[in-house]
Design a protein around this ligand. Structure first.
Ligand code: F6P
Length: 320
């Protein structure tokens, strides 16, 4: 193998730059040429290729976002789009592709491999942390810390005004961000799509807390469970408490990546290069119990990443 390419795809995630840096430097260390593809699969189709060298990845390890830019490509979902992408890779003598992104990106990558024989390796990167077969995806830890930071700030004003706050967080169809940030932020209730909730019980808990003299309450709502605005309205109606709603939105996805996200980005990036050099394809790297692992992408995509019910239980016991 002489030349490989890499791209970032789907929603950006803090720590993607650390992974890009690791791929480029590890590949160059082993004498490979590295091509960066801008704007994800869309750039693969439209020929947005840039040669990467040691200095293209200097001074990026601490930056959020992705220097390669990212996109969600509809065109790549079509067989014609993938055929063009494969042709572009072949014409440039590129023998392997590393895709840094979420499950949608992995689905695209695996099709490229199956239909056109391109060797692909996936690196999980999404703040949602919903990719099976890995304990962590790049970006999740930073997003959780961003949410906890926001909860801390909201607590100050919530206490001053003795209000109830509903905070809606991202996660698409999953509640991993909500659960972890809710536990770390000391939320009274955490609403996630994976576990049914009873709003009467949520309100009863708020009233009990109020009677005990609690100055404020924080309810975390995962976007996949309900609309924060709607939950705020219902709580206001049922309890009569002054309630405010904050939708954190894309604030959660930006900012400097945590040391954890930079470390796993670096480790996963390096392993992805090793896999391509060993002739592997259709694999994703992951981290399980602190060890970097390799998993078949198709197998991973068939699995379901389940929520930690013990953690959920603990969060609700501690917020009694
Ligand atoms: O998948 C990451 C994510 O941030 C989700 O949590 C969220 O639902 C979605 O992307 C938002 O997508 P966009 O940035 O395209 O609005």
């Amino acid at each position: 193998m002489r030349r490989i390419a890499l791209l970032t795809s789907g929603g950006d995630a803090p720590g993607m730059n650390a992974a890009i840096r690791a791929v480029v430097r590890k590949a160059i260390y082993h004498g490979l040429e590295v091509i960066g593809v801008r704007r994800g699969f869309s750039g693969l189709i439209h020929g947005e290729f840039v040669e990467m060298n040691l200095s293209s990845v200097a001074d990026i390890i601490h930056r959020g976002g992705t220097i390669l830019r990212t996109a969600r490509s509809e065109e790549f979902k079509t067989p014609a789009g993938r055929a063009t992408a494969a042709r572009n890779l072949r014409e440039r003598g590129i023998e392997g592709l590393i895709v840094i992104g979420g499950d949608g990106s992995f689905r695209g990558a695996t099709l490229l491999s199956q239909e056109h024989g391109i060797n692909v390796i996936g690196i999980p990167a999404t703040i949602d942390n919903d990719i099976p077969c890995t304990d962590y995806s790049i970006g999740f830890d930073t997003a959780v810390n961003n949410v906890v930071d926001a909860i801390n700030k909201i607590r100050d004003t919530a206490t001053s005004h003795e209000r109830t706050y509903v905070i809606e967080v991202m996660g698409r169809r999953s509640g991993f961000i909500a659960l972890e940030a809710g536990l770390a932020g000391g939320a009274e209730s955490i609403l996630i799509p994976e576990i049914p909730y009873d709003l009467d019980e949520v309100c009863a808990k708020l009233i009990r807390g109020h009677k005990r003299g609690k100055l404020h309450s924080i309810i975390i709502v995962a976007e996949g469970a309900a609309s924060g605005l709607e939950i705020g309205r219902i709580i206001r109606e049922k309890t009569g408490f002054e309630t405010r709603v904050t939708i954190l939105g894309h604030l959660q996805r930006g900012g400097t990546p945590t040391a954890f996200d930079r470390t796993i980005g670096s480790r996963m990036g390096a392993r992805a290069v090793e896999l391509l050099m060993a002739g592997e394809s259709n694999k994703m790297v992951g981290i399980v119990h602190g060890e970097i692992v390799t998993v078949d992408i198709n197998f991973a995509l068939e699995q379901q990443r389940t929520i930690d019910r013990d953690l959920y239980e603990l969060a609700s016991i501690l917020a009694i």
